[in-house]
Unconditional design. Sequence first.
Length: 267
Amino acid sequence: MADILELHRGTAPLLVSLPHDGTRLPDDIAQRLTPEARAVPDTDWHVSRLYAFARALGASILVPRYSRYVIDLNRPEDDTSLYPGQNTTGLCPQVRFDGGPVYLDGAAPDADEIAARVDRYWRPYHAALRDELARLRSRHRRVVLWEGHSIRGTLPFLFEGRLPDLNLGTAAGTSCSLALEARISGLLEGQSDYEWVANGRFRGGYITRHYAAPDDGIEAVQLEISQRCYMDEASFAWDAARAAALQPLLQRLLQTAIAHAQGSRTG
């Protein structure tokens, strides 16, 4: 499984899942992609680096190695749309975020290949996620699943206008308790460096919606970050100064999630 994903097991009641951080492409898939897609532009670039501080907080961190173009780990295995009626991308994406093709003509995967990718890449990630949540839940009264994502801030194919800097998703308040959502929203409301929205264009993907069970002690939150906040969107390059400015706020958010799970009013 180590070639599919990396799991760091922590001790705090927090699991940070980064399902779109991977960049690898198997050779047999890469040769069928368009030149533009081979650069895997729709990666959640550098999010594992952005959240690296979470280890010191005691969080568990789950990171895949392969690109979302191989399979999108934040989509249901039956490929049901998460946003009916809106442009989006699927389980094995055939369209890029800019609307261009992922595959060369006639080279897209058929149903058998998609099923094989589910077995090879999707199931191990979800098994690791499920097992780690269960391990943490056996040790803590409550656990928070933090879904870390990022995306270019302007993508006309997917959404109108300019995406806010920070996009909080709680599946319209169903994936976590009102108390946790209020604490996170309060932190975001109390700062003025980044514009933010709750349950806007990104309300939480499959992982947030599927694994959330607030009544059973598992709360899930998604944060979609506009990539301009910590990198250069044109070159995909990490911007150390921007990242250093953003990370203290992200750290406070995760500390708040841990404090909530522990039943503390601090953080």
